[in-house]
Design a protein around this ligand. Structure first.
Ligand code: GDP
Length: 319
């Protein structure tokens, strides 16, 4: 399939990546190096994105043409459940502050990011964009989901009321370079990499996996995602949010076996069924994105090797 002609040119634009230190933000900064645009970033010690006046001053001073909202409070199943205020309040105010300030300074394109957990727990699989708000959410991540659904609605509302060209993308479960490896806060991939590596170093014969191992998940490398997001900025303008996924899924058991192979550890998996499984299945229908001509380039095993290499390099004592 041929890709349609871009509708927006990034060349010479000032692009603010909000949340540039996170996994997605840092992947975007790397990806933007290949474009002839100027990338703007600001650390949280200088501008707290939860404070509206700080955000408005920064945007009035720097006048970005394009804004990507990769800033968010994110975390795995346990963190979400135990810190509901951080997930709901932080995400609501960050998106509200940035979107309103973007309108005020006349930002030309804004891309808001959420995730697949915006969809109902039992949404028909694969989940299409129109499954939004058709049923109850998965309770373990409802706080984050509600905040992100509000963000999608804000982009739609600003399009309707103010004619702003603000769009939203909903990535599937992500992993990659600069992921969070704190076991209490992390998602499953960094958790399994850290546990498999610990087993390798200590010679343990067992790696603990939460839940039954049967939930199905789709995983996407953050650099692959960044490429899709730049593609969307160039090619898409519309009210609907756009799913961003790779189109394939694995069980948590299969994922754990692949991580064991990548880390190079022999041993068996022990499933701790006292831990929650979360949603039984989460696969995005990314037909909309694919029909625009974008294709994923990073397979799961290749992406896991890259993530594990980064994990080792981030702390040399792990070798
Ligand atoms: P989710 O996709 O929102 O459910 O978030 P997670 O990435 O935290 O969890 C995905 C699945 O992996 C769930 O079924 C978890 O129970 C399972 N899982 C297995 N082992 C782990 C682990 O060590 N940490 C986390 N966070 N999840 C795990």
């Amino acid at each position: 399939m041929t890709t349609a002609k871009p509708i927006f040119d990034l060349a010479g634009r000032r692009v603010w990546v909000a949340g540039h230190r996170g996994m997605v933000g840092s992947a975007l900064v790397r990806r933007l190096e290949a474009e002839s645009c100027e990338t703007l970033t600001i650390g949280r010690e200088i501008v707290d994105l939860r404070r509206q006046d700080g955000v408005e001053c920064w945007m009035a001073e720097t006048r970005p043409d394009v804004v990507i909202i990769a800033a968010a409070t994110v975390g795995g199943i346990l963190a979400n459940d135990s810190h509901p205020v951080d997930f709901l309040y932080d995400n609501l105010v960050i998106e509200t502050n940035i979107i309103e300030a973007a309108r005020r300074v006349g930002v030309k394109r804004l891309l808001f990011l959420g995730s697949s957990c915006i969809y109902p727990r039992l949404a028909p699989q694969p989940m299409r964009e129109d499954a939004l708000l058709t049923g109850p959410l998965e309770p373990t991540n409802q706080w984050y989901a509600i905040a992100k659904i509000a963000g999608i609605m804000l982009c739609r509302a600003y399009r309707r009321q103010h004619g702003c060209d603000f769009i939203s993308a909903m990535p599937t479960n992500l992993y990659g370079v600069a992921d969070t490896y704190d076991l209490a806060a992390s998602h499953v991939i960094p958790a399994l990499i850290a546990k498999a590596h610990a087993a390798k170093v200590t010679g343990a014969h067992e790696v603990e996996v939460w839940g039954s191992g049967s939930p199905l998940r789709e995983f996407m490398d953050a650099d692959d995602l960044a490429d899709a997001l730049i593609f969307l900025l160039r090619h898409y303008s519309g009210e609907s949010h756009v799913n961003v996924g790779v189109g394939t899924e694995v069980t948590i058991r299969e994922l754990a076996e692949t991580v064991m192979r990548v880390v190079g550890v022999k041993g068996h998996l022990r499933f701790d069924t006292s831990r929650p499984d979360g949603a039984p299945r989460k696969l995005m229908d990314s037909t909309m994105l694919r029909s625009m001509g974008w294709r994923s380039r990073v397979g799961l095993e290749e992406g896991l090797r890259k993530a594990y290499a980064w994990y080792l390099s981030a702390s040399p004592e792990r070798h």
